[in-house]
Design a protein around this ligand. Structure first.
Ligand code: SF4
Length: 343
């Protein structure tokens, strides 16, 4: 245990996002979907990226792999991937270039909420995993088939030989998620990005998939970036937490600090509105008033101020909060923790 803790302290981030900005062109203007996001992903750790729908989490995650939708563009920042060959800034690679295609799957893999977006409905699950194995290893079809079965076993799929012959739409939601994970892991990635991987599942299957992700991550030492709107999911497996609101990071730190000493009113509101992470069983659930505004209508000052019960009139609606360090690895962007800027 001490060895693992020491290794984590010594480790360099496997992925470092620095001031990432991603914009969309819209008829009504420029949508700043990701607006200066920075955080680190450490090897062997799980970072939960959390926030309501519309906070830019998924766009940010896809931008790391340069698979943003048409009309969007990365306008600034860097994403540094630590590889055996050195550190590579993924934002300097062309999205369709060979190095970028090699990084997808081999170094960083992505799984989605809905596995049908990963599987073709007209090919069996097995044939698609075999193709993925061959793409990454160049092995023969027979070897690739053995590896595909091994991967399905590895993610706890019962009767892998039978599952190989099925189409994705023939499988239950939980089995589809396991098959998608098997396909994502064939390249032996050092980072797995899981975008709302359990949102469409029932509670029991959700717990099983989270447990599986946790154990796969521990066995392989890969880093896991878990994108979710659900703090309950983060509570189950995250080591570190990044809270996003309207395209920006508002608080980040170790999970222990975020859950036991949350500082940002948005983090506190999210936590208190989640029944599964309420500390006191009889505590009343708070509701978060309003909704995340469209990025085109970003409120001035702190974007959260129209929904914030602690907003300081004349300041929060005017000045953008800067980052304050709570502990060396715990920071918050909120005027409550900053002296008033000299005017
Ligand atoms: Fe609330 Fe002001 Fe802090 Fe924003 S900066 S979260 S409005 S107190």
């Amino acid at each position: 245990m001490l060895d693992r803790a020491a290794a984590v302290l010594d480790a360099q981030p496997v992925l470092e996002v620095r001031d990432l900005r991603v914009h969309f062109d819209d008829y009504d203007g420029i949508v700043r979907a990701v607006d200066g996001v920075s955080f680190q992903v450490m090897p062997g750790r799980t970072v939960g990226i959390v926030g309501e729908s519309g906070c830019g989490k998924s766009v940010m995650a896809r931008s790391i792999l340069r698979i943003v939708d048409r009309g969007s563009r990365v306008v600034g920042g860097s994403v540094l991937l630590r590889r055996r060959s050195g550190v590579e800034d993924l934002m300097q690679l062309e999205p369709d270039s060979r190095p970028m295609r090699e990084i997808r799957g081999r170094e960083i893999a992505l799984v989605f909420q809905e596995p049908m977006t990963s599987f073709s409905p007209v090919h069996t699950v097995g044939s698609q995993i075999i193709e993925a194995v061959r793409l990454h290893s160049g092995s023969s079809r027979a070897e690739a088939r053995r590896e595909a079965i091994r991967q399905l076993e590895h993610v706890g799929t019962p009767h892998p030989g039978y599952i190989m012959e099925q189409y994705a739409w023939q499988l239950s939601g939980g089995l589809r998620q396991r098959a998608m994970l098997a396909m994502a892991l064939v390249g032996g990635p050092s980072v797995l990005i899981a975008d709302e991987p359990t949102t469409a599942l029932d509670v029991t299957t959700q717990a099983q998939v989270l447990e599986l992700l946790h154990s796969l991550q521990h066995q392989s030492g890969m880093a896991l970036m878990l994108i979710t709107h659900d703090f309950g999911v983060v509570a189950q497996i995250a080591d570190d937490v990044v809270v996003m609101y309207l395209g920006r990071v508002v608080e980040q730190g170790p999970a222990d600090a975020i859950f036991h000493d949350p500082r940002h009113p948005y983090t506190r509101a999210l936590l208190s509105s989640m029944p599964s992470v309420i500390a006191k069983p009889r505590a009343r659930l708070a509701t978060l008033p309003g909704a995340v505004p469209h990025p085109l209508n970003r409120p001035p000052g702190c974007a959260f101020h129209p929904r914030c019960a602690s907003a300081i009139p004349g300041r929060c609606d005017r000045d953008t909060p800067r980052q304050s360090v709570v502990q060396p690895s715990h920071s918050v962007n909120c005027h409550l923790y900053h002296e008033a800027d000299p005017t």
